[in-house]
Design a protein around this ligand. Sequence first.
Ligand code: UDP
Length: 478
Amino acid sequence: MDNERASTFPPHILIFPSPIQGPIKCMLKLAELFCLNGLKVTFLNSQHIQQCLLKCTDIESYFQCYPNFRFETVPDGLPEDNPRTGNEFFEMMDSIKAVGVPLFEEMVTSGPYGPNSENPITCIVADGIVTSAIDTVKQIGVPLLYFDTISPCGLWANCLCLPKLIEAGEFPFKGDDLDELVVNAPGMEGFLRRRDLPSFFRSKDLNDPHIQTILEKNKNLPLYQGLIFNTFEDLEAPILSEMSKICQKIYAIGPLHTHLKTRLATGTTSNSIWKEDRSCIPWLDMQPLKSVLFVSIGSLTVMTKDQLLEIWHGLVNSGTRFLWVRRPGSIVGLDEDFEIPMELSQATKERGYIVSWAPQEEVLAHPAIGGFLTHSGWNSTLESIVEGKPMICWPHYVDQQVNSRYVGEFWKLGLDMKDTCDRVIVEGMVKKLMELKKDEFLTRADHIANVAKTSVRKGGCSYKNLDRLIEDIKLLKC
Ligand code: UDP
């Protein structure tokens, strides 16, 4: 862009998230924060996600509030009836990389946002979805900021430490003792066990495709001008400090949903891709203070029928009240003639409530919620931290195993159910969280919630880091 145009037009950011609930929600919040600060944003969604947002979210409000905001879409290459969750999630990611990412490349080179267009972009913010397009982005010279919406501790342990582990001869791990501590993960010494890493770390083969993908991702990181994280410095200081040795520009600006509420002084839309069932709020209103356990495994994870029954029996046997999100399609192997055992249906009627999708942020903020049984997705973890709700963690993949270790062992905000799904364990953990050690956990959770909220207030670390990010974006040169 020539200098005259650059000084007349606001910086134009193209934001491209992976088409998954977590990254979309996070990046939409960032987009709003950018718009509030005078930047222009084009938000690139898959067509499928855009349709979901249209059905479930007040999308019009973006255009009313932010004249500088627009959506753009690319196809993800899958038929509409593909569930795009569970095992199909990986198929969806491969498909959008093959079909949607080349269209993104066209858009930012010769297309409507290319350097010679009327509407050139001056910066791209994306997660790993653009990995295959990195050479193109480099060629056009548009600065690229990496916003991985998983936790920094997860990115550090699962991805950035891998070359160190290989170089030191620690990985592939020798023997099968999953409780052995990992040595070459700086900042996590003394508490990160092999079992706290995703399951592909259990492979003995360096050529495992997951391992190769991670090594490739590592190679690309120096090509990014900065790393943005949805976290706050007080939560992950040692890891952020390690990260700054790899990339000088690190922006810890979270928790983003709280950040946005603080700056707007009002709530915004839910950014949900499923219709929220709000009937759980009046139900919660009728429950005693901090008496209900919220149960949800996020937008992608699935459980088997056996796991469903173990968790259900555990919950019921614990005697606690519960609000449970059962996303359609999230239970696999459930036959049509499945009959709910009498003792479960009876107890659920008495002290439980089931919805297909909840207004999660609002639920976690509700005074009746006393704890959260979660799959430890990063958004869920942060949302729980901000509301001071202790957690029982049942992690599945990506950063979830590391997050649950941090919750249980490092932040002391709950219990880690790692690698188990047994009714007796569930019952015991629920009783511990909601009764036996309730006060201890709540006091700790309350303290960290206050630290989180302070970080996004004027003068707080995340507040200052967001201002720094926006100033740096304004100075970025194509
Ligand atoms: N979520 C929601 N309603 C639900 C369950 C989840 O709004 O009933 C939201 C939740 O608030 C969070 C996101 O979905 O922001 C899930 O993201 P997370 O990173 O926790 O897990 P993922 O779905 O990516 O595995």
